[in-house]
Design a protein around this ligand. Structure first.
Ligand code: SAM
Length: 281
């Protein structure tokens, strides 16, 4: 068997198990199992594969067949412009979250010093991407999960921004600090019913604390808004991701707490996905 035959065998297995991204997944898993780039594989598709290589590959295909996300099998996910190490203790960075990073970078296009707080650091994908782009920014990465903090520290070190990040393992409720210029977050915002209905590939493999925002989905968002009222400087910016249809209630809540919404950005499916507000009181 050659590379092409093996990949097509993997694709067939995944297709038969209703994995929508069967083709690309089998390619990525093959490249992971033989430790070669996808380009290498495509260019050398006639190259022969030995028994052990097929066996290693099929082990990964079997994990994918059980709905384990590709990112957890490979331990990597590309986000914004960087590769992030991920494990079962963090949410795999999502493409929608890149919109938040993009909007923040657009909003702050000067190269001033900023003190940034990321609430719910996870893998560190938001804060690390921002700090990579803005060499004068410093950040605090806060997460209730100590294991998430450990993962983020690895990514910060790889991306060489660890010397500009203070890592804090705490509930946002219990966090008190000096003032920030910018607070960013991709909080857990799925409600209880939504969480129970999630696909096994998400619910079965990603931490509940990273996804579920309480019974109505607003539990952590509310905490962030209330805390930001205290620890954000006057005219500072609060920028965060929200779930489908949450913008009405979130906007109200922001207004009540002295914030003015200046950007509401849609994602690729036209869902209002990220909100940027300025503290005015
Ligand atoms: C949706 S994940 C976001 C992770 C990462 N920022 C990203 O965008 O991929 C939410 C994160 O918030 C953390 N979290 C949940 N509740 C929290 C709380 N009350 N205080 C601080 N962090 C919390 C979770 O542990 C999780 O890492």
């Amino acid at each position: 068997m050659n590379y092409r035959n093996v990949i097509s065998r993997g694709t067939k297995i995944l297709n038969n198990n209703s994995i929508k991204t069967a083709n690309i997944d089998s390619e990525i898993l093959f490249s992971t199992s033989i430790k070669k780039s996808r380009e290498d594989i495509i260019l050398n598709c006639e190259q022969k594969v030995n028994y052990q290589e097929i066996k290693n590959y099929l082990k990964l295909i079997y994990r994918r067949k059980q709905k384990e996300p590709v990112s957890l099998i490979t331990g990597n996910r590309f986000f914004w412009k960087y590769n992030f190490k991920v494990d079962k203790n963090v949410l795999t960075p999502r493409f929608e979250t890149e919109i938040l990073v993009e909007q923040i970078l657009k909003t702050f296009n000067q190269s001033e010093n900023l003190n940034v707080l990321d609430v719910g650091l996870g893998s560190g994908c938001i804060l690390i991407s921002l700090l990579k782009d803005k060499s004068k920014w410093h950040g605090t990465g806060l997460d209730i999960s100590n294991l998430a903090i450990k993962n983020a520290k690895i990514n910060a070190k790889i991306q060489q921004v660890d010397n500009r990040i203070r890592f804090i393992n705490s509930d946002i409720d219990k966090f008190s600090s000096s003032k920030y210029d910018l607070i960013v977050s991709n909080p857990p915002y799925i409600n209880k019913v939504g969480y129970n209905n999630l696909d096994l590939s998400v619910k079965g493999y990603e931490p509940k604390v990273a996804l579920c925002g309480g019974v109505d989905g607003y539990k952590i968002i509310d905490k962030i808004i209330k805390k930001s009222k205290i620890i954000l400087k006057n005219t500072g910016t609060l920028a965060f991701e929200i779930g489908s249809g949450q913008h009405y209630k979130v906007r109200e809540h922001l207004k009540k707490n002295g914030f003015y919404v200046f950007k509401l950005i849609e994602d690729y499916q036209n869902i209002k996905r990220c909100i940027l507000a300025r503290k005015i009181k």
